[in-house]
Design a protein around this ligand. Structure first.
Ligand SMILES: [Zn+2]
Ligand SMILES: [Zn+2]
Length: 350
C-alpha cells in the first residue's frame, strides 16, 4: 500500500510502497478515506521539535474510513462499517484505561507518532480504538473528530467544566482553538471571545461566530481588553502555548474561574501576582487529548444538529500532496483550518 513515511532527520515525508500490516486477532483493517493535517505533524517534520521513538514511521492521526476486514475475536465491527480512528491509544490494561481515561494512560501511544498512522491507504488497528461513524457525518468532518475537535472538547467540557451561560476566552485560534470557539457556543457559553495574533485565524473565529475577536498584536494587555469587553471571564483556554497569556488573562478572570493550558510552548510559565490565584480561587489546569467520552458525545452533538464542522474543511488532497499541505499549514497559506488527505483518492459515497 501507499503511505507517507517520516525517516530520521528528515523534514519531509516520503511517499512509499509499504507492506500492509498483518491482521491479528482483535484487529480491524480500515481503508482510510480521510486524514486531517495537524499542526503537530509540523513539529515532527518541518520544525523537528519532536523526535519520534522510532523511525521510519507513517504519520497521520486524524482519520476516518471504512472497515475492509476484521480479525478473529472482533465483536463490534464488520466489513463496510464507517469508523473514526482514535488518535491516542492507551494500553487498555491500566487503571486509567479501564475507566476509559486512556489519555491519562502512562503508556499511551499516539497514532502517527509512536505507531504507524493514517497517511496511508490502510491501517490495521485494535477494535477498541475505533468508533462507529454515522452515515450523516461526512468522512472529512468525521476524521477531524479524532483530534482537532475532540481535544478542545475535552479541554472545555471535562477539564474546564464549562457551564451554560459562562463567558469563555480562547487564546490561539488555529486548528484546535478554532473548534473551542464553536464548541463553547454549542455547549451554551453566553459569550465567546477569540484571541490570536493572526488575522486569518481571527477571520475563521468570526465564521464560527465568536462574539469578539481580539488581535493580540494590537492590545497591550489582553486581560484589560477582556475585562472591558466582558466584565469578567469564567473559562480561559490557551491553545497558543504562549504562557504570558495566563498572566494577562488572570486579571479578567471571575472568582472561581478556570484557566486551561492546552497549547504546548517552550517559554517559562510565570506569575507576577500569584496571590490573584488564591484571592479569586482560580484553577490553572492542563489538558491533553481526550478520553473515551469525547468522540461519542461529539457524534451526538453533530447528529442532533448542534455542531456543524463544514467550515473547518479547507480542501481535499491526494497523499502525494501531504508535504505541500504541511508547508501551507506552517505558513498559513490559504488560511487553512484543516487540509484533508484522501489516501484512496476521491471520498466517494462510502
Ligand atoms: Zn493533532
Ligand atoms: Zn493504559
Amino acid at each position: 500500500m501507499k503511505a507517507a513515511v517520516l525517516y530520521k532527520d528528515q523534514t519531509h515525508l516520503r511517499i512509499e510502497d509499504v507492506p500492509i500490516p498483518e491482521l491479528k486477532p482483535g484487529d480491524v483493517r480500515v481503508n482510510i478515506k480521510c486524514c486531517g493535517v495537524c499542526g503537530s505533524d509540523i513539529h515532527m517534520t518541518i520544525h523537528k521539535q519532536v523526535r519520534l521513538r522510532h523511525y521510519p514511521t507513517i504519520l497521520g492521526h486524524e482519520a476516518s474510513g471504512v472497515v475492509t476486514e476484521v480479525g478473529s475475536d472482533v465483536k463490534k465491527f464488520k466489513k463496510g462499517d464507517r469508523v473514526v480512528v482514535c488518535s491516542g491509544l492507551g494500553c487498555g490494561k491500566c487503571r486509567q484505561c479501564l475507566k476509559g481515561r486512556h489519555n491519562l494512560c502512562p503508556e499511551i501511544n499516539v497514532l502517527g507518532a509512536e505507531m504507524n498512522g493514517a497517511y496511508a491507504e490502510q491501517i490495521t488497528i485494535e477494535e477498541r480504538h475505533l468508533y462507529h461513524l454515522p452515515d450523516q457525518i461526512p468522512f472529512d468532518q468525521g476524521a477531524i473528530l479524532a483530534d482537532a475537535v475532540s481535544t478542545p472538547y475535552h479541554a472545555l467540557k471535562f477539564v474546564g467544566k464549562i457551564e451554560p451561560g459562562e463567558v469563555v476566552a480562547v487564546y490561539g485560534c488555529g486548528g484546535l482553538g478554532i473548534h473551542a470557539v464553536t464548541l463553547a457556543r454549542a455547549l451554551g457559553a453566553s459569550k465567546v471571545i477569540a484571541l490570536d495574533v493572526d488575522e486569518g485565524a481571527l477571520d475563521n473565529a468570526g465564521k464560527y461566530k465568536a462574539d469578539e475577536m481580539i488581535d493580540l498584536r494590537r492590545v497591550r494587555n489582553s486581560g484589560k481588553t477582556l475585562q472591558e469587553l466582558t466584565g469578567g471571564v469564567d473559562l480561559m483556554l490557551d491553545f497558543s502555548g504562549h504562557y504570558s497569556n495566563f498572566e494577562d488573562a488572570m486579571r479578567a478572570m471571575n472568582p472561581g474561574g478556570r484557566m486551561v493550558m492546552a497549547g504546548i510552548g517552550k517559554h517559562p510559565f510565570k506569575l507576577t501576582f500569584p496571590f490573584m490565584v488564591i484571592n479569586k480561587q482560580i484553577s490553572v489546569l492542563g489538558s491533553l487529548g481526550c478520553d473515551s467520552r469525547a468522540i461519542p458525545e461529539l457524534i451526538d452533538l453533530y447528529t442532533s444538529g448542534r455542531l456543524d464542522l463544514s467550515t473547518s474543511i479547507t480542501s481535499h488532497h491526494p497523499l502525494e500532496d501531504v508535504n505541500q499541505c504541511l508547508e501551507n499549514l506552517y505558513y498559513r497559506k490559504g488560511n487553512p483550518i484543516r487540509f484533508i488527505i484522501t489516501p484512496n483518492g476521491k471520498i466517494g459515497a462510502q
